[in-house]
Design a protein. Structure first.
Length: 329
């Protein structure tokens, strides 16, 4: 994961969504819900706006038009450019003016994000050459065929390279946006937005786009009850064998279900949750690292520091200095 330090000033991070008819409304709504105004309950750290190549009514796939009054010059003042889908006919080229402004924004150091088919715009601008990228699984083959230099991963939820990021379709856009907020502003702030949206904490990018539940299996094959049980017991050591007993299956069956439904092992999933809880406690409390280690089930400060550095490439102390809630406002 790429962490970004909080800005020195309180100037909001400006996110500009680049729209194109026929605009898909769901990925745009995902970005708006995460980066938009959440009211007085959550201090505003982002400013969100939309633009399009030809200002005016922008047709959507939902049967109504959006009135977008801002043109491509909006990208000149962006900190992040976000492309929430790009629903063009197969083989349609991205407009040269769009490619040019996206390239120029990236050259200036602006982060470029593609949600779902928005990855096609990043690929057309050459920003994904030689790099892994995600898109909706149904369009992965098309993306790979049109842009052979892009290493398309059809399974994962999202891929973040720091300067560019791409996600799969639908709800994976929320996962990527919450991941970016967590990297920008810290895990606690991202969790506040998730709670406001009545969403669980975002899924990790390496998880699968969709679950492969056996067609003949019962609904009880779902991992959801076990994941909820584990989340409430992060302070307790839990082995895979204990998880299996809880789920009334063998350890091998449980591991297979994790791989099929989430794309990761039970141990990896649990460690990810422990690291997320650690980040929130570092941001929101003055608790010593040793105390935090016991609260999140990592047994000792030494183990926590090692696991934290493996996950985030920084120390708990450095993370706390960068993301303390009382400093961020």
């Amino acid at each position: 994961m790429t962490l970004r330090s909080l800005p020195k000033s309180r100037t909001p991070h400006r996110v500009v969504a680049l729209l194109q008819p026929p605009q898909s409304t769901f990925p745009l709504a995902c970005a708006t819900e995460v980066f938009g105004d959440h009211g007085p309950a959550i201090p505003a750290r982002y400013a969100f706006e939309v633009c399009t190549e030809h200002p005016g009514p922008v047709r959507t796939q939902a049967g109504y038009d959006l009135l977008v009054t801002t043109g491509l010059d909006a990208l000149d003042r962006a900190d992040t450019v976000l492309v929430p889908g790009w629903q063009q006919a197969p083989g349609t080229e991205v407009a040269p003016a769009v490619v040019a402004v996206v390239r120029e924004a990236h050259r200036r150091g602006v982060r470029i994000v593609g949600i779902c088919s928005g990855a096609f715009v990043l690929a057309a601008a050459g920003l994904l050459d030689g790099r892994r990228a995600a898109t909706h699984w149904a369009r992965a083959a098309e993306l790979a065929a049109r842009f052979p230099r892009v290493r398309v991963d059809p399974a994962v939820l999202y891929v973040d390279h720091g300067d560019v990021a791409t996600s799969a379709g639908s709800a994976a856009g929320v996962d990527l946006c919450l991941h970016l907020v967590s990297a920008d502003q810290g895990a606690a702030y991202a969790m506040r937005i998730a709670r406001q949206m009545v969403m669980p904490p975002h899924r990790e990018g390496c998880q699968l786009q969709y679950a492969e539940l056996p067609t003949s299996g019962p609904v009880a094959d779902s991992l959801a009850p076990l994941l909820e049980w584990l989340t409430g017991r992060l302070d307790q050591p839990v082995s895979v064998a204990e998880m299996a007993v809880r789920s009334q299956v063998s350890a091998r069956t449980l591991t297979r279900r994790f791989t099929e439904q989430l794309g990761i092992s039970p141990g990896r999933w649990l460690l990810d949750r422990r690291i997320a809880a650690t980040r929130a406690l570092l941001e929101e409390t003055d608790l010593p690292v040793e105390t935090i280690a016991h609260r999140v089930g990592l047994s000792s400060a030494v183990n926590l520091r090692r696991r934290f550095h493996e996950a985030l490439r920084t120390t708990p102390a450095a993370y706390r200095r960068a993301f303390r809630a009382d400093k961020a406002g």
